[in-house]
Design a protein around this ligand. Structure first.
Ligand code: PGA
Length: 252
């Protein structure tokens, strides 16, 4: 696991976008795993700029988002379908049928989970997965306690996640209590992973991800067992790490 510390959020966002762009240059038909939330917004802004400057071609890329709330239709302003359309998809040349987000309104959610997982595997698994992290250590919506062997599944949001995400909905009662998420096993099959974290709220989770025991109580700690993970964090999120010149390599 490699940890790289950016001086601030803008630098972190640029580095994340450069990692995605490098992946696409190296393999124009890459399969990307994408994240939502506040943290990757700067990365999407940079990717949009690169595309507008003619430096990023997504014509052959496929994308799979990590998760979606149960019960929110695609046009709900807080659905992750809507987030992705507004912040990324509509600004770039990614064909609509190559962009995938789980359907949180599916009549049979078990069937939807299976369909989504099979689509990812049929695409050849994910080449580069972008992750955020919750203050409680969740990746995707895999909350503390989620078994590491889970593939795409339905889960209940942790009360800390409901509270954290209330800022997007206006109040806690508006936040859906369930979501569909790729499982930890799905995420761990990705060939490369970058995890982005910004701000002091994430500092403890980052420290436990890097140096703590691998435990379902801190889902992101499983990344210690993945062969190709880079944590891109800003100074605030790195506050509890002992760093050597802004970089850290941890052999797990
Ligand atoms: P955030 O969410 O980027 O909005 O902090 C990250 C997450 O919950 O995974």
């Amino acid at each position: 696991m490699q940890v790289i510390v950016a001086k601030d959020y803008d630098e972190l966002s640029r580095w994340a976008a450069e990692a995605v762009a490098a992946q696409i240059l190296e393999k124009p038909d890459s399969v990307l795993g994408l994240a939502t939330g506040g943290t990757p917004l700067g990365m999407y802004r940079e990717l949009k700029r690169m595309h507008q400057e003619g430096k990023l071609d997504l014509a052959r890329v496929k994308t799979f988002n990590l998760d979606e709330y149960i019960g929110l239709p695609a046009d709900h302003p807080e659905s992750y379908h809507h987030y992705m359309q507004e912040n990324f998809f509509r600004h770039v040349n990614l064909p609509a049928d190559q962009a995938h987000v789980p359907d949180g309104t599916a009549g049979d959610l078990a069937v939807e989970c299976q369909r989504y997982e099979e689509m990812i595997q049929a695409a050849g698994s994910i080449d580069l997965q972008v992750l955020g992290i919750g203050a409680n250590g969740h990746i995707g919506f895999n909350e503390p306690g989620t078994e590491f062997g889970a593939v795409t599944h339905v889960l209940s949001l942790d009360p800390r996640t409901v509270k954290a995400n209330a800022r997007f909905f206006g109040s806690e009662d508006q936040v859906p209590r369930q979501a569909i998420s790729m499982g930890i096993k799905t995420i761990m099959k990705s060939r490369k992973i970058i995890l982005l974290a910004s701000g002091t709220d994430k500092a403890e989770a980052i420290m436990r991800t890097v140096t703590g025991p691998v435990t379902v109580d801190m889902p992101a700690s499983i990344l210690q067992l993945h062969p190709n993970v880079t944590l891109l964090v800003d100074k605030a999120a790195a506050a509890f790490l002992k760093l050597d010149g802004g970089q850290m390599s941890v052999n797990c």
